[in-house]
Write a protein that binds this ligand. Sequence first.
Ligand SMILES: O=C(O)CCC(=O)C(=O)O
Ligand SMILES: [Fe+2]
Length: 198
Amino acid sequence: MDLFADDTSLTPIPLEDGELWFQQRLALDLAPDEVMRRLLAETDWRHEQIHVWGKWHAQPRLSAWHGEASYRYSGKTFHPQPFTALQRHLRQAVELATGRRFNSVLLNYYRDERDSMGFHADDEPELGPEPAIASLSFGAPRTFILKHRSRSHTLKLALGDGSLLLMAGTLQRHWVHGINKERTPRGPRINLTFRLIA
Ligand SMILES: O=C(O)CCC(=O)C(=O)O
Ligand SMILES: [Fe+2]
């Protein structure tokens, strides 16, 4: 069965304790490979250090923070750079598709199969009690894993080139999510999470 028969509109994915919506391909007037090329070239990618359990580690990916509000993430305050023209363009498409507003974006660049993101929830207080977070992916597909915090329930989604995922409702309170390393070679991937920071 094709769960996502209509790949051009945002479709709810049924799950308990939160809202999840998926669209296989966000309508854009730029080809995804052109967006990928420009994001790679135009972004001031940083290799951030994070503080976990009393130790400093380099994150297993590169990142950048843009937008109109500063933000605390993994114990660090990020002072954003202004949105680029391309980011404004992508934000507009994401706002149109989701019917939500966003004022910030975190970009993550997974250089190859060895890059990853540990399990976490995007539940910082400045996002509000039921944050809507729109996740836009370009490049190589990677598996997005959601784990329920108290039930043994796991959900896996392949986030392909040009796909849009919306996390909303109580999802961040009840679930954590992450991207594991892959065992087989994988090309570069960029993910943008659009957020609304108070
Ligand atoms: O790369 C992804 O799909 C996940 C990104 C994410 O969870 C985040 O930026 O908070
Ligand atoms: Fe996240």
